[in-house]
Design a protein around this ligand. Structure first.
Ligand code: G6P
Length: 407
């Protein structure tokens, strides 16, 4: 991994208290074996794995699956992972049931607390659907990933006798992609989860040491310095469209970890080059509130070469013989130069290859940088009191309404 800064920030201090984060990626041999066995069973018996979860309980697996899957469905691809419980749309659930109709289905309900409204409601509906469709065998097709002892979902799983995976109690949702919450859905799509974990482990090793000036520390300090200079938005950008859900995962990670006590950078994201033709104008010449973090993977599989044509009617023969990825890489450099000139500081994160190992590396790097960054802001990276407030208000409103309807 290479981290470069177009406007280098001098890092004077180093962070002395980076907590040990090895438990975020360490998993026992038996647990890994169990995940791989269940993933194999799902692959052999289903076309669809329906993941029911929201926030940290689905953003991580969706990010990795999307980043490492082909763009277009392939008939021989095996199991397709789809999601529910990440919104409150009745139309979504209605159409989901119709979509599942003639496909073999497994369900993985993922909720750390076991009580989040969106997945709980979706599961109530899907449980009924699975029982109607598979009868007593539905028990084999529903897998629960939750806390080891707490929560309603844990109770339901025990009562119904569903198979269970544990999200360790000391790992919060947005940091849980290297636990069974992320690993089971990822494994089902055929991604090598051991390689994914190896990447995380290496990132952890590379960013350890109290005073060393490693990449996670540099990134965190740069963000902090820019924040102090009045840049209030960080724009995460990448050049491979299938990374757009990695952006969504990053958004939750940094947004929920830092946005509290009226502090924090607002995490925003763009996909290039698509968004250059939509929001590029604002970035170049709009309010000077943002800096940009560009992610680039040097090697992406299945590249294409630009063909020569005899007439060169479109005038593009000067690019003939070049690969699309190499042009994409130049566009990244062009973006960085133009935005820098327009007053947008640019941080570049360059990864050698888009594969399980490097995606694991990058995600762990971000997790570590996020914890350091929150400590610079002096906020707790592991809680989300603001979200709890929304949940309480919603339940209050729903309960009041229920009383009114009864009266
Ligand atoms: O896994 P769960 O307990 O259902 O939580 C799912 C999500 O719920 C809330 O929105 C929290 O703010 C998130 O941090 C969490 O990831």
């Amino acid at each position: 991994m290479m981290l470069t800064f177009n406007s280098p920030i001098q890092i004077i201090n180093s962070c002395n208290q980076i907590p040990d984060m090895s438990h975020y990626h360490e998993i026992s041999f038996n647990e890994l074996l169990k995940i791989n066995l269940v993933a194999e069973e799902i692959k052999n018996n289903a076309q669809i794995l329906l993941v029911i979860g929201v926030g940290g309980s689905f953003l991580g697996s969706r990010a990795v699956i999307d980043a490492l899957s082909p763009y277009f469905d392939q008939s021989d691809l095996g199991v397709k992972v789809i999601y529910a419980g990440q919104n409150m749309s009745g139309a979504y659930l209605n159409q989901l049931l119709a979509y599942l109709h003639n496909k073999e289905v497994y369900v993985n309900v993922i909720s750390k607390s076991g009580s989040t409204m969106e997945p709980a409601l979706a599961f109530r509906l899907i449980k009924k659907y699975m029982e109607k469709r598979y009868g007593a065998f539905s028990k084999n097709r529903i897998i629960i990933t939750t806390d080891a002892t707490n929560g309603i979902l844990k109770q339901v799983a025990d009562i119904e006798g569903y198979r269970q995976f544990v999200i360790p109690s000391n790992i919060g949702g947005r940091y849980s992609v290297f636990t069974p919450a992320g690993l089971l859905p990822i494994a089902v799509t055929g991604v090598d989860i051991e390689e994914f974990l190896n990447g995380a482990k290496q990132a952890d090793t590379d960013t350890n040491g109290d005073t060393s000036n490693h990449a996670a520390q540099q990134y965190a300090f740069t963000r902090y310095e820019l924040y102090k200079q009045g840049y209030s938005v960080e724009l995460l950008a990448s050049f491979e469209p299938r990374l757009s859900n990695l952006h969504e995962w990053w958004k939750q990670l940094f947004g929920e970890s830092e946005g509290k006590e009226y502090k924090g950078l607002y995490p925003s994201t763009v996909n290039y080059s698509t968004d250059l033709h939509a929001i590029g104008q604002f970035i170049q010449e709009g309010s000077r509130i943002m800096f940009e973090t560009l992610i680039h993977f040097e090697e992406v599989e299945a590249d294409m070469e630009i063909p020569f044509t005899i007439d060169d009617i479109d005038g593009l023969n000067y690019l003939g013989g070049r690969s699309m990825n190499s042009i994409n890489a130049i566009s990244k450099d062009g973006v960085a130069l133009a935005h820098e000139e327009g007053g947008v500081p640019v941080v570049k994160i360059v990864m050698p290859k888009l594969d399980a190992y490097h995606v694991g590396y990058l995600m762990f790097f971000f997790m570590k940088a996020c914890v350091i960054s929150a400590s610079l802001l002096e906020v707790n990276p592991f809680d989300q009191p603001g979200v709890e407030a929304y949940k309480r208000k919603m339940v209050e409103l729903l309960k009041n309404e229920a009383v009114l309807v009864k009266e």
